[in-house]
Design a binder for this molecule. Structure first.
Ligand code: NDP
Length: 335
């Protein structure tokens, strides 16, 4: 499997280059950066043989089977469309795009062109998350009544660029973190949110985009979900609480890039620490994606998952801006 990196990003250098190279027979053959010097230095730093500053040239000259797109959010759609047209499998970062219309077009075109399309929602690959999903699916907590997701963090200094200053690049905590939370909840419960209310704030960390948001969603079954995301909380822990008629699950420090944290189940019989696998989430995502390109299974998060997480995030932003309940718009999502 020969990969091209579209975007000389931090997520690629911190996690994804290692995850791609961790797959059998996988190699990274080229990297794209809008800045030719940066393309060259990134390629040299990471031992990537070819570098490009123009996507058309990369797609024409770089003999790759798949691309991993991790540029800023507004570039995902045009870059994915070109890669799909060139017949490449696409693993795209979240959020897939800045509008659901664009995300739907990406996923629909990938299906038409018969290339594999995945969304890099890493959390659903985590051992803690898989274990929680299994506890729920096997009825250990009965009927799920409510979920609380807390995912307020302090945005690391080196990431305080486009994420907090550039709405046109897809900045803001909602496209950055809310999408992960909704993908996690959809994965855990196996159902979609129907409508949302929300409030957001801009603390002054950056310019023009929200850096904190709280929202409440109603899931299709009626289960209520409360979700909190922020870039400004230095000492908060991340976690999920899932409350059912027969028990509650408390998971702490599990909304992260590294495996770990804890999962505790409380029911009539007492409190139980639940063991789970601590494999690398990005490696598992790459494994599932690679298998899908070989005709075995599907990516852990596919294109439809990416459209749906974006649809909820956009509904949350609209609800926060208007102060009104918003129905999540899934129109155009492929069946
Ligand atoms: P970065 O800011 O690191 O990279 C985004 C773009 O900014 C790059 O494509 C690059 O442009 C440019 N850039 C990066 N570093 C520098 C630098 N030092 N100097 C100049 N330009 C630079 O973003 P992230 O890696 O944090 O995020 C990229 C994408 O990945 C986003 O869509 C984000 O939502 C997603 N993401 C997903 C995560 C996950 O766990 N699934 C975690 C983190 C991010 P160019 O390519 O033109 O050089």
């Amino acid at each position: 499997m020969r990969w091209a990196l579209i975007g000389a990003s931090r997520i690629a250098s911190n996690h994804m280059i290692d995850a791609i190279r961790g797959q059998p027979d996988a190699q990274i053959v080229s990297v794209l950066s809008a800045d030719p010097q940066r393309a060259e230095s990134y390629a040299a730093t990471h031992g990537i043989p070819h570098h490009f500053a123009d996507l058309d040239t990369l797609l024409a000259q770089s003999d790759c089977d798949a691309v991993y797109i991790s540029t800023t959010n507004e570039k995902h759609h045009p870059q994915a469309m070109k890669a799909i047209a060139a017949g490449k499998h696409v693993l795209c970062e979240k959020p897939l795009a800045t509008s659901t219309t664009d995300a739907v077009e990406m996923v629909t075109q990938a299906a038409k062109r018969r290339v594999v399309f995945g969304t890099n929602h890493h959390l659903r690959n985590g051992g803690a998350h898989i274990t929680m999903r299994d506890l729920i699916a096997t009825g250990r907590i009965g009927k799920v009544l409510s979920v609380r997701v807390y995912h307020a963090v302090s945005l690391p200094e080196q990431l305080r660029g486009w994420r907090i200053n550039d709405a046109s690049a897809g900045g803001g905590v909602i496209p950055d973190i809310t999408v992960h939370n909704v993908d996690t909840v959809r994965f855990l419960l196996g159902e979609d949110p129907v409508d949302v209310i929300a409030k957001s704030t801009t603390s002054g960390l950056g310019e023009g985009v929200e850096d904190s948001v709280m929202s409440v969603w109603t899931m299709a079954s009626g289960t209520m979900v409360q979700s909190h995301e922020s870039f400004t909380h230095s000492f908060a822990r991340t976690g999920i609480e899932i409350h059912g008629t027969d028990g509650s699950i408390y998971a702490q420090n599990i909304m992260r890039q590294e495996p770990g944290g804890s999962v505790t189940l409380i029911d009539m019989r007492g409190e139980h620490e639940i063991p789970f696998d601590t494999h690398n989430m990005y490696h598992r995502a790459l494994h599932r994606f690679t298998e899908a390109t070989l005709g075995r299974g599907a990516p852990s998060a596919d294109g439809i998952d990416g459209i749906k997480s974006l649809a909820l995030a956009l509904a949350v932003r609209e609800a926060a801006q208007t102060g009104r309940t918003r129905t999540v718009d899934y129109s155009g999502v492929p069946q």
